[in-house]
Design a protein around this ligand. Structure first.
Ligand SMILES: [Zn+2]
Length: 454
């Protein structure tokens, strides 16, 4: 495999890629509303010869684009949604464009475009070398609410693949071999009866009481769940004034655990807390199930191939200006403790088998086909996760250069699988072993509607 040719395919089009990533940084769109991002990426895929469908699987902003024929069929998983509240200008200190506005605090603009550049380089590699194989670019909306890929899977996505590769930008280089949590997300709405809280409270039935009692129940439940299971919540609606008995209250819960079974059994017990609270307070309960995802299941073969590629593909050469920018950001990070710190963390660690208590809906894909995920450095050393620092670097040369390295690792890794059927076979055998006794069942029931753009 001619690595230089793959690098050139990506470097030659860097202005096009930087332009799309910059536009996405300037127009951050939240989950299920990634209308422009979807359009810009779909346009580029078409221009580069892919057959492109948008609005697939009933999701307005999902993309399925293919090139090539025959096996192996390799999928690449793109995301492009922003996060609320993480708007940030090009400034090394916290400085939102719109206070409280959305921003790419997880770098998904870089994720979507690295995957685009990777897919195009995979196509050009197949084409130039007359190799058999197919590239599938999946544009996966709404990762930040971890339901995009489960909804796509419900619609039949991913199972056509021999294997999939997932990339994520961030503060370091590496491949995760450890398990991240599965999750369920639901809002519990209580409906009571209002009354004057001073005048005739006996006629009121407080929805807020119900929400609070549910949370008391949930907090007692914590004693009787296995280690590592997380339950967290935020109030969405909690009354308007003390002298009005609240007739509406809503509380939003996440349940996270390292197996799908543990998520579901804990979630079912949480629903009992809500039902009990409604019973006690003579209020009505409505459960709005928003969705859920699987825990991750990194494929050992793909993880190894990705890690090799992370070693082989040259690191980004940072300019003095970029280093100074990253230094200034490190000093403004909440993680800074006055220590000497390198501007960037470019050290490649061995494959990490640590458990992570975060979640990603890449886990669903990993229960359908062999798949693993890697990261490249696209931000300053102390950027943290879901921060204004990540947003800032996602809009400048630091993020853009890290993104191109991400694309190169993707295309080089895919090139190894396209050239070596035994490697594909090994990935599949590992997948069969990992899935022994398990079957994938979409965590989102058929009657839950897919959110549409607002
Ligand atoms: Zn992310």
């Amino acid at each position: 495999m001619d690595y230089q040719k793959i690098y050139k395919s990506i470097d030659d089009k860097q202005e096009e890629y930087f332009d799309i990533a910059r536009k996405m940084y300037e127009n951050p769109e939240l989950a299920y509303n990634e209308v422009k991002a979807c359009e810009w990426i779909a346009e580029s895929l078409k221009r580069h010869g892919f057959e492109v469908e948008t609005g697939v699987y009933g999701i307005a902003t999902a993309i399925r684009a293919t090139w090539g024929k025959g096996h192996p069929i390799i999928g690449v998983l793109a995301e492009y949604d922003a996060l609320p509240g993480l708007s940030q200008k090009q400034n090394t200190a916290f400085d939102p464009v719109i206070p409280g506005g959305p921003g790419h605090g997880c770098g998904h603009n870089l994720l979507g475009v690295a995957t685009l550049a990777g897919a195009i380089a995979m196509k050009e590699d197949l084409e130039a070398n007359g190799l058999e194989g197919t590239v599938v670019y999946y544009g996966c909306p709404a990762e930040e609410v971890v339901t995009g890929k489960p909804f796509m899977a419900r619609g039949g996505a991913f199972k056509e693949l021999d294997l999939a590769i997932a990339y994520h930008p961030g503060g370091k280089q590496g491949v995760s071999g450890g398990v991240m949590c599965g999750l369920n997300s639901a809002i519990f709405h209580f409906k009571g009866k209002t009354a004057h809280a001073g005048g005739n409270p006996w006629q009121g039935r407080s929805a807020l009481d119900a929400a609070e009692i549910m949370s008391v129940g949930a907090n007692y439940l914590r004693e009787h769940i296995e280690d590592g299971i997380r339950i967290h919540y935020a109030y969405k609606e909690a009354g308007t004034a003390p002298n009005i008995v609240p007739d509406r209250a809503s509380v939003w819960y996440y349940v996270r655990a390292f197996t799908r079974d543990a998520v579901e059994s804990t979630y079912n017990r949480l629903v009992k807390c809500a039902e009990g609270a409604a019973h006690m307070t003579e209020t009505e309960l409505e459960v709005e199930f928003l969705g859920g995802c699987y825990e991750t299941l990194p494929n050992a073969t793909i993880a190894r191939v990705l890690h090799d590629s992370l070693e082989e593909v040259p690191l980004v050469e940072w300019t003095e200006e970029e280093k100074a920018w990253a230094d200034a950001m490190n000093k403004n990070s909440a993680l800074y403790k006055g220590e000497d710190v390198e501007p960037f963390n470019d050290k490649l660690e061995p494959i990490s088998y640590e458990r992570g208590s975060g979640s990603t809906d890449v886990g669903d894909v990993q229960h359908i086909v062999p798949c693993a995920m890697y990261t490249t450095t696209t931000a300053n050393n102390l950027c943290g996760g879901h921060t204004w620092l990540i947003t800032c670097c996602a809009g400048n040369s630091i993020g853009f250069k890290g993104m191109l390295r991400g694309a190169k690792i993707m295309a080089v890794s895919a090139g190894k699988f396209y050239r070596d059927p035994a490697l594909v076979k090994e990935a599949k055998e590992n997948f069969e072993k990992d899935m022994a006794g398990k079957t994938y069942k979409c965590p989102i029931p058929d009657d839950i509607a897919i959110p549409q753009p607002k």
